[in-house]
Design a protein around this ligand. Structure first.
Ligand code: BGC
Length: 863
């Protein structure tokens, strides 16, 4: 038999059931193969900061890249394209053809749980960088992007059901704009993923206006549209709207249900929609070389082997990008960089919850199992040693910042196993509640985040199975004291220590934020324990009660997301701290020459599944910072580093001399920070989002209808006034503007020239490094009507190459008239008049140089 590779010929040979199978996912990450016709299975993998492979936790190792907020802070097209290229190689190691990224939703509110996964508050910056990310990723042809979440997924609160009410103007100018830019760009993403939420009354996956009229009709998008995981909200409407693929499988809304509907559909509209959608899945399979396979190869594509990343050459790129995105917020006394002759023979103390174990990324589907993690203090020691600089490095934690008790550690927890020395837990799975029924499988694990979404025994996965597991381990505390155990779980759970029930989370009622907010709040109990003594710990959990508990959201809709149906458990343990953390840290700082305080958030605070409740630093970090600033004999020697994906309140900012925003740097976070501190790499990042002074300054603080929503509705009342646009128009001063960031050097920008082109103009400007360190400058072009300076918007940007002191570069900036236009009654309009193109240091800065442009008659574009 000749196996066809041509989409139409294959379609003609397929049965209805086979076509249905193509548009209904197979398992957590793959589509269904049709072996008889040589059709293979597409494999997807998360996510924006790496290619994780088929397991959400504990899978094969991958390169952990900086979070997109940090990528965007580079303001460098070249850097983001390089990230895309690294990701294409990474996806290959995971045998995946679809990377579930980039996230191009907007940073609307600093509390948004997935801000760290997004690029920016500005649609132009987001779109321009996403374009590079996708182009780099798709360049080799082995993998395509699934840009997400189309559209208006700016919050996690009630994300499956919330209805985002957005004006047409804001939707077009802010939220759809980055999608439009990448779809119309030179390398459109192979896939788009719909958002969970509704937009103006209709779920995104069933939204004909968005998918049919705008995406496919106006923008002529030919790629595949897939639902978010569990985000196919109907059997018929979603297919009719053009959402081609339901993910994940086994199918909830399609499969048999869809087949029956099509068979009884008299007017044939469903069959037509099915042919179109299965055709688009086939086209992608063809593009990925997954058609025309032998029967056995088609089957094998479902189980292609994954490899741990061994990439070494890419790591330098990753480290450079992290450093390039690092934003120097303050350097008032020029303490940075710490040059060898200044620190040689000196003592440098690292303090803070993120100093020894830094935060590599946010949580949720963007989390990774990295090859390794470089942490701030260790990396600093390593770099100084490599450079032959003799420093004494000390450490004191100073404050905790955890939301849940820390995961158990291998130095204290262990379980007898023959699978290697690393296991800390044994899990025995049973096919009935309460560890009854038969033993199905025994697993050994290296961490106590037991997320079972895709790691439960295969026979037990799926939404309707009721099963249980028993976890066994031992703990030998290093200190004597009253030590705490904490568990959060989706199903019911309880923990025994030496056969005595210690933590009972069996009939939990209080929901928490673990497991994408499907889990309970943390149940904690402490007990007196003795150093060096070994305790036996057993935890039991089953999905029995979960099935009985209501899973309705506030709007009364039932949530059946696949992430919420396994009895996953998180176990934490903390030995009672001795002494006073803050005063110990202060005392140490006062004995040191320099203090590097690494504070911030982590994946427990910024994650898919929930938004932050406040903009404050969690735990006792604020007390720690203020104690150091007021108690240090030389506070000028305090360098404060913040790791987070969104702004945090810095009420103490005026007292601090040196502040760095380091974002989440993935596995190279520590190395890149050390390079920046030591001046081995200049920080050249600029904020991709405005940094508020205080959360109460924002309109969201007092209006629950606009954040996070009331009765299932959220109103985007600010319209197009998002981020810096709002600050400018409302005349509110932020802490730091969008686009802000310092360098170790200073630049002179001069000699602005303009040339008109067909659809816009080109600016040329000379940038000169006037200082004594090498550096990179970001040239930002804002446009505003001559009479309305508060209407300024970013229309072009370029980053210089690394300029040595005294060197200059001529930068070319392309400004398109269409990027200066606004949405006006069904089309884009640039009204006649005079506009200013100003090169500014940031969105709120005065123009360093400017050029007036006259538009003699209005210009119009179709959507
Ligand atoms: C997220 C997506 C992600 C998918 C698969 C969903 O919960 O919203 O961004 O790609 O899960 O992990």
């Amino acid at each position: 038999m000749v196996i066809p590779t041509d989409v139409n010929r294959i379609l003609a040979q397929m049965t209805l059931a086979e076509k249905v199978s193509l548009v209904s996912g197979a398992d957590g990450w793959q589509t269904q193969e049709v072996a008889r016709l040589g059709i293979g299975s597409l494999k997807t993998t998360d996510g924006p900061a790496g290619a994780r492979g088929k397991l959400s936790v504990g899978g094969s190792q991958a390169v952990f890249l900086p979070a997109p907020a940090g990528q965007a802070a580079t303001w460098s097209r070249a850097d983001v394209r390089a990230i895309g290229r690294v990701l294409s190689r990474e996806a290959e190691t995971k045998a995946a053809q679809v990377l579930l990224a980039p996230t191009v939703c907007c940073v609307r509110n600093p509390l948004g749980g997935r801000n760290f996964e997004s690029f920016s508050e500005d649609p132009f910056l987001s779109g321009a960088l996403a374009l590079e990310y996708v182009a780099g990723l798709q360049e080799k042809g082995n993998v395509v992007a699934a840009a997400k979440h189309f559209v208006a997924n700016e919050q996690e609160f009630e994300r499956f059901t919330i209805n985002a009410n957005i004006s047409e103007k804001a939707l077009r100018e802010i939220y759809l704009r980055p999608f439009e830019m990448i779809v119309k760009g030179p390398s459109p993403p192979g896939c788009l993923m719909t958002s969970y939420n509704s937009v103006n009354g209709l779920h995104a996956d069933m939204n004909c206006v968005l998918i049919q009229d705008i995406l496919r009709g106006e923008w002529k998008y030919e790629g595949l549209v897939m639902s978010d995981w569990g985000g196919t909200n109907s059997t018929v409407e979603s297919l009719i709207a053009g959402c081609d693929l339901e993910m994940p499988g086994p199918s909830d809304r399609r499969g048999e249900k869809l087949l029956k509907m099509i068979e009884s559909d008299e007017n044939g509209a469903l069959a037509v929609a099915l042919a179109q959608s299965s055709g688009r899945v086939l086209s992608l399979l063809e593009r990925m070389g997954l058609l025309g396979l032998s029967e056995s190869a088609a089957k094998a594509s479902r189980t292609a082997e994954e490899k741990s990343s061994t990439a070494a050459t890419d790591l330098q790129t990753v480290c450079d990008v992290v450093a390039n995105g690092t934003v120097l917020l303050k350097n008032s006394w020029n303490v940075l960089p710490l040059l060898p002759h200044q620190i040689s023979g000196k003592t440098i103390t690292f303090i803070g919850p993120n100093a020894r174990i830094g935060a590599a990324g946010g949580g949720g589907s963007a989390s990774m199992n990295p090859q390794y993690q470089s942490h701030p203090m260790d990396a600093f020691k390593k770099r100084t040693a490599q450079c032959g600089v003799d420093v004494q490095v000390e450490y004191s934690i100073g404050a905790y910042s955890h939301k849940w008790l820390p995961l158990v550690t291998r130095d204290r927890w262990t379980v007898a196993t023959n699978t290697g020395p690393d296991s800390v837990l044994r899990l025995e799975f049973f096919d009935a509640p309460d560890c009854g029924g038969s033993l199905v499988e025994t697993q050994y694990r290296t961490e106590s985040l037991m997320d079972l979404f895709d790691t439960a025994p295969l026979a037990l996965q799926g939404t309707s199975r009721v099963y249980s597991f028993r976890m066994t381990s031992t703990v030998t505390p290093g200190t004597t004291g009253r030590h705490a155990f904490g568990i959060t779980s989706i199903g019911n759970s309880r923990l025994f220590v030496d056969q005595t029930l210690l933590v009972d989370n069996y009939h939990w009622k209080e929901p928490g934020e673990s497991f994408y907010s499907f889990g309970s709040s943390e149940a904690r109990q402490s007990m007196d324990m003795v150093a060096g003594q070994t305790y036996h710990v057993v935890l039991e959990s089953s999905s029995k009660d979960y099935m009985d508990v209501s899973s309705q959201n506030n709007a009364g809709e039932t949530i059946e997301n696949p992430f919420g149906t396994q009895p996953s458990v998180r176990l934490g343990f903390l030995e009672q701290p001795s002494g006073s953390l803050i005063s110990d840290a202060l005392e140490l700082a006062n004995r040191s020459d320099f203090t590097v305080l690494v504070v911030g958030l982590n994946e427990e605070w910024e994650s898919e599944g929930f938004d932050r409740q406040t903009m404050e630093l969690p735990g006792s970090q604020i007390e720690l910072i203020t104690a150091l600033l007021s108690g240090m004999t030389q506070p000028s020697n305090l360098i404060i580093v913040n790791q987070s994906g969104s702004p945090v309140e810095m009420a103490w900012c005026d007292e601090a001399g040196t502040i760095i925003q380091a974002w989440y740097g993935g596995q190279e976070a520590g190395h890149a920070l050390a390079d920046v501190l030591l001046g081995l790499k200049p920080p050249s990042g600029r904020l991709p989002m405005t940094w508020p002074r205080r959360y109460p300054d924002l309109p969201f603080a007092t209006d629950p209808e606009s954040w996070p929503g009331v009765s299932g509705q959220v109103y985007y009342k600010e319209g197009v006034e998002v981020g810096y646009r709002w600050y400018l128009r409302q005349h509110v001063q932020p802490q730091w503007w969008f686009g802000y960031g310092l360098s170790y050097t200073t630049f002179l920008v001069s000699n602005l020239h303009m040339t008109m082109t067909q659809g816009g103009l080109i600016l040329h400007v000379t940038v000169n490094n006037e200082g004594t360190f090498a550096g990179q400058e970001v040239i930002q072009v804002y446009c505003w009507p001559a009479e309305l300076p508060e209407r300024r918007e970013l229309v072009s940007f370029q980053k210089t190459s690394l300029l040595q002191p005294g060197c200059e570069q001529v930068i070319e900036l392309d400004v398109q008239f269409r990027d200066m236009a606004h949405w006006d009654c069904g089309h884009w309009l640039l009204e006649k008049g005079t506009y200013v193109l100003g090169i500014c240091d940031h969105a709120g800065g005065l123009a360093i140089v400017r050029q007036d442009v006259s538009i003699p008659s209005s210009l119009k574009w179709d959507p």
